[in-house]
Design a protein around this ligand. Structure first.
Ligand code: SF4
Length: 489
């Protein structure tokens, strides 16, 4: 996925932009970029797949000047895009996924529009969005026309002489919030970017809403919708603990998830509650609070050098890092019955080989794994993760139990069914754990506290009422596999 940040100030904004963008580093792995408007535009883009945003941009940010700017951490294409248009020059950053990208690019090419940016796909997605916007009669009309044309999800920040237009995608899968500090305004995917820069959240932007921030304040350009389907996985795993979406804090949701996991576990006795660092920790804290058993750290992450934004080039290196980053503490492990809270189980291989194995090797008496969400059954339809159906632990279990892949997995999704229990037993055996109990979908909804119809739960249920698309999931899967192959080469 990607994360965006923008800031407008009466003074130079580059320092705020640098740190605010850097606070989105957990959301992307490929490119970082910043664009600033002072007397003129200046823009920098770097590949951050092998090093961190801060180190790549540290020199640039000292030479950039301006009082308004936008930044991005992207898993897809190079951004920000700079365009000279009939509305004047502007820069653009975006996050989301456009399903009909090739079709739209062809239409524009047929109309004589050219594309210049490099991309992992046919065209650079952000450039396509910029070119679609320029088809309108003005910026707002262009954004609305772009929304009408695309299938999929797109939130964006557009920087020009007016200020920053902050636009959340029509269905609201990705969040955007506005912050204020004295006369300065900021907009971010993650509200955790605000407090250390002195900003306070003043608004969660609604789906399809267009907001303009500039030296004069915040102006609503279009109203937006009251309904949305925000990604539930943000609260479970991808979001930063200090962030809030729709006013609901991530850490608090994870604690509630942990409490609900503990409530399902009245029948087992354990000694230690732990979480897989970092995203399993808050779930474990909630579990410990509810069960009144001690939260302890049998495995500690060696944080320096093992940030989530670092993407090693080969599976071998990724495995080596997974092995090296968690260090066991034998004094806490030995002889104990341990609960291990994890945000989710994707493939399960790293959990099995580099977490559970260390607990057994350290002399654990029992190891009980508690994922904070149900078995993952589908890849994200909006590019918010890169997993593919084939590699998911639940799908491997179904393949092993049925002797083939299934199109219809509804019986395995129903946690009251025998098939569900068989699947969980298979995964538990494969992981080599004493017990495995997943969170239920109802408990996720309860922990988040928003109405179910306002959440995207597609990863677990395959239900996507407004988009209805296993077809889209297949397409995305093919793209993700192609990208992985390219990277492997
Ligand atoms: S499919 Fe999953 S990761 Fe993608 S938006 Fe929906 S809940 Fe989030």
């Amino acid at each position: 996925m990607s994360g965006v940040f923008g800031v407008v100030s009466k003074e130079d904004c580059v320092k705020d932009l640098f740190y605010g963008t850097d606070y989105h580093s957990h959301l992307g792995t490929e490119y970082g970029g910043m664009a600033v408007l002072g007397e003129e535009f200046s823009r920098q883009i770097h590949n951050i797949s092998q090093s961190q945003f801060k180190s790549k941009f540290f020199e640039d940010f000292k030479h950039m000047k301006g009082n308004k700017g936008i930044g991005v951490i992207s898993s897809l294409d190079e951004q920000p895009i700079y365009i000279k248009s009939k509305f004047g020059p502007f820069c653009l950053v975006s996050c989301g996924l456009i399903e009909n990208l090739e079709e739209l690019a062809k239409d524009l090419l047929d109309k004589g529009v050219s594309f210049s940016e490099t991309s992992s796909k046919t065209v650079n997605e952000t450039e396509l969005i910029a070119k679609l916007i320029t088809q309108g009669n003005n910026i707002i009309d262009g954004i609305e026309k772009m929304f009408d044309a695309i299938k999929g999800s797109c939130s964006l920040l557009l920087l020009n002489k007016d200020g920053i237009y902050a636009v959340r995608d029509r269905l609201g899968y990705t969040p955007l919030a506005v912050g204020k500090r004295d006369d300065s305004w900021a907009v971010a995917s993650e509200t955790s970017a605000f407090p250390n820069l002195g900003f306070e959240v003043v608004k969660f932007i609604k789906p399809a809403e267009i907001i303009l921030i500039n030296e004069d304040g915040m102006m609503q350009k279009t109203k937006g919708a009251d309904t949305n389907q925000i990604c539930a996985f943000l609260w479970i795993y991808t979001g930063f603990p200090a962030s809030s979406y729709e006013g609901v804090n991530v850490e608090m949701v994870r604690e509630r998830c942990g409490r609900l996991l503990a409530k399902q576990d009245k029948d087992i006795e354990v000694d230690v509650i732990s979480g897989v660092p970092d995203s399993g920790i808050a779930h474990a804290l909630g579990y410990a609070m509810e069960s009144k058993k001690p939260y302890r750290r049998p495995l500690v992450k060696y944080t320096p050098g093992y940030g989530r934004s670092y993407t090693p080039p080969s599976q071998e290196t990724r495995d080596l890092i997974a092995k090296m980053k968690l260090i066991p503490i034998k004094e806490i492990i030995e002889g104990n019955r341990i609960i291990v809270c994890e945000d989710s189980i994707v493939r399960g291989t790293q959990l099995k080989n580099f977490t559970i194995k260390k607990l057994w090797d350290g002399g654990a008496k029992e190891v009980h794994v508690r994922p904070a969400c149900p078995p993952l059954m589908f890849p994200c339809i909006f590019n918010l993760s890169t997993r593919t159906t084939h590699e998911l632990a639940a799908r491997r279990a179904i393949r092993a139990l049925e002797g083939k892949d299934l199109e219809d997995t509804s019986e395995y999704i129903d946690y009251n069914s025998k098939k569900y229990n068989k699947m969980v037993e298979w995964i538990a055996k494969d992981l080599g754990v004493t017990t495995l109990r997943y969170q239920t979908i109802d408990n996720i909804v309860k922990a988040i506290g928003l109405p179910k119809e306002r959440l995207c739960l597609y990863c677990w249920t395959g239900e996507c009422p407004r988009q209805g698309s296993s077809r889209r999931a297949n397409k995305i899967e093919k793209k993700a596999s192609a990208k992985k192959k390219t990277r492997a080469k």
